[in-house]
Each structure stands twice: as structure tokens, then as C-alpha cells.
Design a protein around this ligand. Sequence first.
Ligand SMILES: CC(C)(COP(=O)(O)OP(=O)(O)OC[C@H]1O[C@@H](n2cnc3c(N)ncnc32)[C@H](O)[C@@H]1OP(=O)(O)O)[C@@H](O)C(=O)NCCC(=O)NCCS
Length: 185
Amino acid sequence: MDPILIHVPDTLVTSRLLLERHLPDTGKDLYAAAAASQPELAQYLDWAVDGIFLEQVESHVRRQSAQFTLRNELNYRILKRSDGSTIGVTGFVKCQWDIRQFEIGYWLATAETGNGYMTEACNALLETARTALQSTKLILRCDTRNVQSANIALRLGFELEGTHRRFRRDAHGAWTDIATYGLLT
Ligand SMILES: CC(C)(COP(=O)(O)OP(=O)(O)OC[C@H]1O[C@@H](n2cnc3c(N)ncnc32)[C@H](O)[C@@H]1OP(=O)(O)O)[C@@H](O)C(=O)NCCC(=O)NCCS
């Protein structure tokens, strides 16, 4: 089936969070969360290394809105239901529709870490993957130095499948080892 015909929910609701697909004009809220967390995001996300700028974030959410419609990437802004604030992003950053395998990516505002929000958001993604996407397998990849990210994978039941040594150079030119975690769904 053409993936564009597959129904994917625009919003996901958990006990504490609302996940909403990226939409035009939401860049300002996302920018506030990302800009305040730039040093921590830049440790593992290349796009944050040279600074985070409002115009770029708005361009990004508009592109992501289109990608969602095309079913190329399915990313959601994460909001706290208690006060409506934007605290991060998660979603399926790579979609292999032919074999129904999807890779999850995420980031969280530094001030909101340590509360289990990302694990809660990813659990909603897992449910969506199993139902709406009819996934066969989910994948999570992270720098082997990124213990917090690896902990999320393990909490969700993913298993370490292997480590690619010297997989890439990071934004500072240092070699990076990448661990791949998988979950058969
Ligand atoms: C990776 C990242 C999202 C992890 O954030 P996090 O807050 O550690 O993850 P969670 O929101 O799931 O919270 C888990 C933490 O909250 C604690 N926690 C508190 N209440 C919890 C609850 N109800 N449920 C689960 N965990 C809870 C857990 O014990 C855990 O803390 P610990 O690891 O110190 O034991 C965040 O560090 C980040 O955005 N980093 C920068 C960007 C990045 O690295 N992205 C990933 C690239 S692969």
C-alpha cells in the first residue's frame, strides 16, 4: 500500500503528555525549549552545534509537517498537559514502510529531564507502531557515551544488537561509536 494512504494519528495522549505532529507556526514554542538546552543538545545532535535560531526552527517544523503528510518521517512535538508547555520532540525519524521497520529519535529540554517524560512519550510511540503502523521492528541508535539515551532504550525493552565502531565523526571531529538497539514488535 502507498504509505500516504496509511492512517497515522496526528496526536497521541499519555497520562502527562500530549504529542502533536509538527505544524506551521509552532516553531516559536519549540525554539524556546531547544535554545535553553543548546549545550546539552549539542553534545549529541549535530544540528544544535552552531547555535539554535528561531527562523531555522520554524523552517524545520514546516518541513517536518510536510514529511509527516508524505509519511517520510513522523515526528511529534511533546507538550506537558499540566501547563501546555513544549518540552521536546520524538517520533519516527526513519520509516522503512516496505518492511514496516521504524527508527525512533528524540530530544528533551534539559530542565524537563529526570522525570520519565521521554520514556512515557516513547511508550506511546511503541503503541502507535504496533497498531497504526503495524511495525515488525523498532530501532533506536545512540552514541555509546549517551547513557541517558541508552537507558531509555533498555527501559522500553529494546535489546542491544551491536556497536558500530568509528561509525562517524561528531561535529568536533572526534570518532563516534554508535550502538544499535532493536525491539521486535
Ligand atoms: C536522551 C534524553 C531524552 C534522556 O532524557 P531523560 O530525562 O533521562 O529520559 P526520561 O524522560 O525517560 O527520564 C528518565 C529519568 O527520569 C527518572 N524518572 C523519574 N520518574 C520517572 C518515571 N515516572 N518513569 C520513568 N523514569 C522516571 C528515571 O529514573 C531516569 O533517570 P535516571 O536515568 O537518572 O535513572 C535527554 O538526555 C536528551 O534530550 N539529551 C540530549 C539529546 C539526545 O541525546 N537525544 C538522543 C540522541 S540518540
